[in-house]
Structures are given as C-alpha cells and as structure tokens.
Write a protein that binds this ligand. Structure first.
Ligand code: BES
Ligand code: ZN
Length: 936
C-alpha cells in the first residue's frame, strides 16, 4: 500500500490511502505513514483517540496543542487518518470529521475560525413566492430521483475519488445536467478540476437575471466510500451517501428548466468530488470562490436524503451552519411542507461539504435525513443501496421540494431578498417643546444593507405642516403652533422604505400677562393623582401661569377654593384632541372618582356623572389659546378643589394646556350643605334602642358647621344638637329625622332621613279609663249646657220605654260618659253638642282600632238637625274625620257596642265623640265610650 501527500495551495494537507495515485504523484512517496500530521478534530473524538494506544504519537498519548470551542488541534500519524473516520462512525454512529493542516500554526489558526461565529448572512430572504414555489414543486418527480440514485449506485458502484469510475460518474452527472439545461443559454455546466486526483466536481450555473453577483450554492458530493474502497472492484454504492443528494439536485435542475424558472440571483448546483476523504473538492471550490471575492449569499448542503428512519422528517444541522439561513429553511418547511416534522441537530466537526464553505466565511445550511442516530447506519458499506431505504425516493422528494422552495424564495429578489432601509431620528428628542419661530434642526441617519448610507435621502414631514424638506439634517423655523408628529422617511433602490417619528410641540410666543388673580402654577402646590387606568402621565409646569398636562394625568389643587352661586371660572385652553378627554373642574372630595359634586368640561365626551357644562371644542386648529368663561352655578358651591385632567389613552400626544385660570366670586353667600351620615334612610329600631345620629355640615364661608347641627324628629320633636346626637327614648312609629344648620349669613340647609321605631307591645294604645281620662278632653268646640263627659261608672236610667244610660262600664269600673244622672233627665246632654276628643296617637305599624260605645235617646223626630250621635276617627291627626258609628234624630236604646277599623302604618290617630241634643225640644240624650285599643 502506498501513500501520497499533496501540499495544496489552500495550505491544507490531504492524506488518503490510495494505491492508484502512487504513480501520479510519485514525489510524495517519500512521505511515510509515521510522519506527523496536524489536524483539528472534535474534542470527543480527540478524547477517544487519546485513550487508544494505537493512535499514540511518538510513543506518547496524543497531546492537545490547543483547544477552542470544543475543537482540538493535535498531531496524528498520517497512517491513522482513515482509521479515525471509520472508528467514529462505527462507535458513535456519527461522522468523525476532521481537517488536516500544513503546520501547527495553521491548525491553531483554524481553532480561531472554529470559535468564530459566522457573520450573519448579509442578505435575508422573504417567503412570498408561493405560486412559483408550488409550480416548481409540482413538477418534482420522486421516480426520477430514484432513477438517478439507482443509476449512480449500480452503474458507478465505487465512486472513490481516485478511481476512473469516480471520474466517469462525475462526467455522467455533467452530461445529465447538460441535457436538462438544453435550450437555456443562461444555464451552463462545467467541470471543476482538482489538483492531485482525477475526479472533478461538476457545477451547473443559472446566471442570475438581475442580481448575478449574488450567488446561491446547492451542493451534494458525488464520491463514495466503503471499506476496501481503494480497490476499484470493491463495492461502495453510496446510494444514500450521497447519490441521494446528487439526485435531488438533478431533479430540481430538471424541474426549474421545465418550469422556465429564471432566478434573479445566480444559482450554482454543485456535485463535489472527494468529500469522503476530507471535504477536498468543496474545500478547493470554496477557497477559489473566496479568493475570487465571489459574493456567495447562501450555501445549502444535501448529503443523505433518502433514508426515512425517523418520525422527524428533517434535521437541520447546526454546526458549521448559519442560524439565519437555517431558520430560513425551517420557515420554508413550515410554509411549503407543513405536515413535515423537523428539528435541529449536530453532526459533529466538519461532517460534510458545508463546513468547507463555512470555514471560508459563507453562510450555510444543511438539511439532513434524520436526527443523528436515526440516520442510515449502512453508509460507508456495501449495503448502502436503494433497498436500504425501501427502493423509494419519497423521503428524498421532501428535500427536493425544500431545495425548490429555496431556489425560488432565495433566488428571486422581487418582494424578497431586499433588506429594507433603517432610519433613526437622533434629534430632536421626542416630546421636545419649542416656541414658535424657533429654529428646529431635525437630524436622522438612514442605512440600507444594499444601498449603504441613505441619510442624505431622508425626507421629512410634519403631521401639521406637511413636507419639511430632505437631507440628513434639516432646519426649519416655520413650524406652526401645536403638536407635531415629525416623520423621517427613506426608500431604498429596491423600493423598500422605513420611517421614524418623533413628537414635538411648538408653543405660542408667551402672550401678554394673565389678568390679576390668575393662578400662578409655579407657586400653586399640586398633587398628582393617578387616573383610573393606573398610568400616570407627566405634569409639566410651564413658566408663569400655564399648566401643561401630557399623557394620562389628573392634577388636583392641594387647597380648596370658595365657590359661590355667582362664581365664574375663566381660563385659556389649548390642545384638545378629538376623542381624548381634557377637563378642568371641581371636586368637593379627595376621591377623584366619585360621581358626586364635581363638574368638568370635556374635549368631546359627555359627562354623565352629574352636572356638566356642554363643551365640545376641538382646538388644535389654530393651536392657539381659546378663552373660556364658565358660570359655575349653584350645584358646585362650597369649598372645592380644582382638578385638571388630561386623559390621553391613545397616547396621541394630546397635551392640554391651561393658562390664566381664575375663579371670580360674586360675593354672594353660599348656603351650607348638610348630610346625615347615620342612620341610613329607612333604618328600623326597636323601641328603647339607642340611636346615634351623625351628620356633616360645611359652609364655603364658615367652614365646618357640623357642631351646630340641630336635630329633630317628626314624632318626638327636638333631639339635641351637634355633629352627633344620641336618642334612646324614641317613640314607636315612623319618624322623619331632620338635621338642619344655619350659616352666619342666615342661609340654612337641612337633610332628613326616615326611620321606624318598632314598639315593644303589640298595642300602641290601650285605654279603658280605669286611671282617668288618659288625655281625652271635652273639646273647646262643645256647645252643650250640661252633659260634659266624665270618667266613672254609669248607672242605668230609663224613660219612655228607652234605656237612656247604660248600667256599668264596658269592662272594669270606669268609662267615659256624659255625666252622672241621679235620675232620668238629670245632667243629660242639653241644648247643644258635647264633644269629647282623644289625644293624638302615633301608630307606626298597620293596626286595628277597636272602641266600645253607647248612645241613648228617648224621642224620635223632635229635632232633626240638633239630635245626633257620632263616633269619628282621624288618621291624620285631626285633619279629616270619618264616622265609625252614627245615629240621627231617632230613639236609641243605650247598650254597649264595639266598632273596629283598620289603621294604616304611620298614622297619627285621633278619636272624637259627638253627643248632641238640639235646642228645640227637651229630649233625653246620653253617650259613652270605653276600651279604646289600637293593636297590630
Ligand atoms: N454523509 C457523511 C456525513 C454524515 C454521516 C453526516 C452520518 C451525518 C451522519 C459524509 O459523507 C461523511 O462521511 N463525512 C466524514 C467526514 C469527512 C471530513 C471525511 C465523516 O463524517 O466521517
Ligand atoms: Zn456523505
């Protein structure tokens, strides 16, 4: 077995076991297997080699000359190189990639490169060419892919890079691609010859129509390997590794030509020679592209596409690849093959040709047939045939579709590919405030990936004033008064644009001073309150008399102002924006969110929380101040805070500025205000329960008047005075309790609450006259000469066949009746009406009145208008009466009877008895009552 060495122009030394090449490069025969060779290799691989005595160098375990980012530089015997790759594949089921270097210094220099994060792809691609992608993908044919794999793996079963068959395979590919490109003058096929071995690489180029200098590469390796591969008679079919990649490229080329696809960027399809012996073909090509300064904007490697060994269809490999380009492939899979599963994985150090490009600084991506370990484990053996993947190219077709999507989306510029420019405004700062006439300098910078510095092309405009000119810096002194959104816009040569905006305000020139008495905000202490949205804006105190609010801001004065019914609020205002809320108003309370007793004016919205002054301006027009003079009206009198609001939810730069704010007073006295705070209206108490009444009273002029509150009950009269009064003997029944106060100028105010005291007994009245009259009186309106009502026990009297006076009371030993008679006709009612009235009784709850009565009258018809009896009820304290029992001028036999009547809740009850004997004749008339009760 002979060995050869080539010292290449790329300063990388490639060592491969090859008998065939001995005669070609006889000068290398001086090299021996034991000669030291510098490599860089994955750290894990290095550890494995170091642990094995057969890899020891100079009779010592391998030494690491340097390590960086998991890659180790070490020295190996040349003869151990092939054993290295085979060992790793066998042991780890992954690649054992390595790079060979001409010297220790070069190996160490490569470590630096390995650690370097590849520069992001200068060109980004969009996914927006769905129609073309679908059309192209629709032309792809798995059976043609399978046909190519079959032909390569059977007609060229050993494509080792030094064998004639290895060269023949390359020429066969060249011819196939040439045939596919028939009729396309913009498509060329060529061989890329490599020094030192006969196998060429094959390159097919679609010349880019509009961006020919931006190059996209899709590659696969056309060589194969297997144990004993240096014997041309041994089989190294390489069906999956990597006839499957070559076949995918061929099918995409065929479909693109059939579709008439013309890319904007240049596309290069590459079949690399000599991958299996250290990425040699691709190293040469990548180095030559780098040397020529070719702008390769994306490289996709297709190495192993046919073996479907995992539920995950595609693994995007992350080592030696560019994350942007890799993400782009993921995006293409998601968009065009959404049913596929994909993941990312790592195949180790330098496992395929993408590494060659990556090491030259080009952005790469590598979609692989499966996650590592689930890939085809028969590669690099005689078993790597189409039957290993079931004689179908259905898995490879997924990669062909991905490659087709890539050449369309990355190959076409329109709508994609062009990076939009970026513009940034550096001056003025957002929110800057100028005075009209100020020279305002606008400065921006703009850059574009394709066009470079576009700052001079920036054009400026204002939302208020329109175009402001163009250039990196523009100065204007003519901005109009008001809020501006100033926008800098730039477009690149491909038509993409970007803009940036800052807000600024141009204030009017300071006007004449405010009228005397205006608030000076620089001295007025203000407290800032957060609004209901919870976001605080800023409050800006401007010089002198103006208060400017931005964002969401509520500002309340810390001191109160006296507002009377003749007060007028005058101010100048500017800056309202439609849809946003700007308010100036009063609040009598520390809580800004209560609906009571505050008024506001609004930019456009109506105030529903109470009184409001209609105010629907849209100032912004002139940007100048407008003057307002608002009569406050009676509703807001008292001691009030001033509240300023700017509620700019839309962040529309809707500043509100108030200026020359002053509150005039008519000098009229403002009435106090009274509020009963306890008990609550409608409260109910038990008889005897202690009730605490509390109230507040304030007065614009006199301040707190609560200690002067005087309290009274509709049932019980005066209850006392003070901010708090306690009553524990309230009568049962319905009370209206009133607290009233009078200020020093004689204006008074009151507040009332209704409450109920529930009696402890079921009866509010029980009167049997056993202990006297119980408040009953002979009424002053009585006209009778004799027969006034007395309390006692009547004795029966009769005359003319009629009982005129009962014998005995209805119950007990007393009742009320019209005088004692010693004999018939003695002290009976004579010459008029004897009227007996009860006291007033409060009846809290609905009840029933019961009263016993009798009426005796001897004659009928002798005095029709004068002789009568009435028992009457009033439930309104004597205002109106209704009869419970009555008799006219007819004989009546005295006998106790009982009458009942309902009494509504809350009544003031009185009873009245009229017992009348007219003046015209001498009849005998007498009456009595007993046992009055009003019970629930
Ligand atoms: N197709 C393989 C790489 C591969 C194998 C990737 C298994 C993922 C899983 C490639 O042709 C190859 O064998 N590469 C060599 C490295 C090269 C620098 C000699 C390898 O992995 O050993
Ligand atoms: Zn391969």
């Amino acid at each position: 077995m002979a060995r050869w060495v080539r010292w290449g122009g790329s300063k990388v030394v490639w060592i491969v076991l090859s008998a065939a090449m001995l005669t070609v490069l006889a000068w290398t025969s001086s090299a021996t297997d034991d000669e030291g060779l510098w490599i860089t290799v994955d750290r894990e691989v290095f550890e494995e080699l170091r642990g094995r005595t057969e890899f020891s160098f100079d009779h010592r375990p391998l030494q690491a000359a340097g390590e960086r980012a998991g890659v180790v530089a070490t020295q190996l015997r040349k003869g151990d190189i092939d054993r290295l790759s085979a060992l790793i594949h066998r042991k780890y089921h992954r690649c054992g990639g390595f790079l060979v270097h001409g010297s220790r210094a070069e190996a160490l220099e490569t470590l630096q490169r390995a650690a370097r994060i590849a520069a992001p792809a200068a060109v980004t691609f969009d996914v927006d060419q769905s129609a073309t992608v679908q059309a192209l993908a629709g032309r792809l044919d798995a059976s043609l892919i399978l046909d190519t794999i079959t032909q390569l793996s059977t007609s060229f079963p050993n494509r080792y890079y030094v064998h004639p068959a290895g060269r023949d395979a390359a020429l066969w590919i060249r011819d196939r691609w040439q045939a596919a490109a028939q009729g396309r003058s913009d498509v060329q096929v060529e061989l890329f010859d490599h020094a030192g071995y006969s196998q060429p690489s094959v390159i097919l180029t679609f010349e880019g129509a509009t961006r020919p200098d931006e190059v996209l590469v899709l590659g696969a390796h056309l060589d194969s390997t297997a144990p004993g591969t240096s014997n041309p008679n041994f089989s190294a079919p390489g069906a999956d590794d990597d006839a499957s990649g070559i076949a995918v490229l061929g099918e995409v080329i065929r479909a693109a030509v059939a579709e008439g696809f013309v890319p904007d960027r240049t596309l290069k399809f590459m079949g690399y020679a000599a991958e299996e012996v250290g990425l040699r073909g691709s190293q040469d090509i990548a180095a030559s592209f780098r040397a020529a300064g070719t702008n390769v904007v994306g490289v996709v490697q297709l190495d192993m596409t046919a073996f479907n060994g995992s539920a995950t269809d595609v693994a995007l490999l992350t080592r030696f690849t560019d994350s942007d380009l890799t993400n782009f492939l993921g995006q293409l899979l998601d968009t065009y093959q959404p049913s596929l599963q994909w993941t990312t994985d790592d195949c180790g150090y330098a496992c395929s040709d993408h590494a060659s490009w990556f090491n030259e600084g080009f952005p790469t991506a590598f979609p692989f047939e499966a996650p590592l370990g689930q890939h085809n484990l028969d590669i690099h053996t005689t078993a790597d045939t189409v039957s290993t993947f079931g004689g179908t190219a259905s898995h490879a077709l997924k990669f062909a579709r991905l490659a087709a999507a890539f050449i369309v989306e990355a190959g076409l510029v329109s709508g994609g590919g062009n990076a939009p420019p970026q513009v940034t405004i550096s001056s003025p700062a957002g929110g800057a405030v100028f005075t009209v006439g100020d020279a305002v300098t606008l400065v921006a910078s703009a850059s574009d990936a394709e066009d470079g510095d576009l700052s001079p092309a920036v054009s400026w405009s204002s939302s208020r004033d329109g175009a402001l000119g163009s250039g990196a810096s523009v100065t204007t002194s003519s901005l109009s008064i008001g809020s501006h959104l100033v926008t800098a816009t730039v477009s690149d040569s491909a038509g993409a644009s970007d803009s940036a905006t800052v807000s600024l305000t141009v204030d009017p020139a300071p006007g004449p001073g405010c009228p005397a008495g205006s608030l000076d905000f620089s001295s007025l202490a203000l407290a800032s309150y957060s609004n209901q949205n919870g976001s605080n804006g800023t409050q800006v105190l401007e010089a002198g008399a103006a208060l400017r609010l931005t964002g969401n801001t509520w500002v309340r004065s810390t001191s109160r102002f006296t507002v009377d019914s003749g007060s007028v609020l005058e101010f100048e205002f500017r800056g309202a924006v439609q849809g946003e809320i700007h308010a100036l108003g009063f609040d009598d309370n520390d809580s800004l969110n209560d609906a009571a007793r505050h008024f506001q004016f609004w930019g456009t919205q109506n105030w529903t929380g109470g009184g409001r002054i209609d105010f629907n301006p849209k100032y912004g027009g002139s940007g100048d101040y407008r003057t307002f003079s608002i009569p406050v009206g009676q509703s807001y009198t008292g001691s009030m805070y001033l509240v300023f609001t700017n509620d700019d939810d839309a962040a529309s730069a809707a500043d509100a500025t108030f200026r020359c704010v002053r509150l005039t007073s008519s000098g009229a006295n403002a009435a106090p205000t009274v509020t009963i705070t306890a008990p609550a209206a409608g409260a109910s108490f038990d008889e005897g329960e202690t009730v605490v009444f509390t109230g507040s009273a304030s007065d614009a002029e006199d301040g707190d008047l609560a200690p002067s509150l005087s309290w009274s009950s509709s049932l019980d009269g005066a209850l006392g005075s003070g901010a708090s009064v306690t009553a524990s003997a309230l009568s049962s029944g319905a009370h209206l309790v009133t607290a009233s106060v009078t200020d020093s100028a004689g204006a008074s105010a009151s507040d009332s609450v209704s409450l109920t005291v529930v009696g402890s007994s079921a009866c509010s009245v029980e009167e049997g006259f056993e202990n006297g009259a119980g408040g009953w009186l002979n009424d002053g309106a009585s006209t009778c000469a004799t027969g006034s009502f007395v309390i006692g026990n009547p004795g029966q009297r009769s005359g003319g066949g009629v009982i005129t006076q009962v014998g005995g009371s209805n119950s007990g030993s007393a009742s009320a009746f019209t005088a004692f008679n010693s004999s018939l006709g003695n002290a009976d009612v004579d010459r008029g009406n004897c009227i007996f009235v009860s006291p007033s009784w409060s009846v809290g709850e609905a009840s029933t009145l019961s009263v016993a009565y009798w009426h005796g009258q001897r004659d009928s018809g002798d005095d029709p208008s004068g002789d009568f009896f009435r028992l009457e009820l009033s439930t309104d304290g004597g205002g109106t009466w209704s009869a419970l029992a009555s008799n006219g001028d007819s004989a009546s036999n005295a006998a106790w009877a009982t009458v009942t009547s309902p009494v509504p809740a809350g009544s003031t009850v009185r009873l009245r008895v009229q017992c009348s004997d007219g003046t015209s004749a001498g009849d005998i008339v007498e009456c009595g009552i007993d046992d009055v009760s009003i019970c629930r």
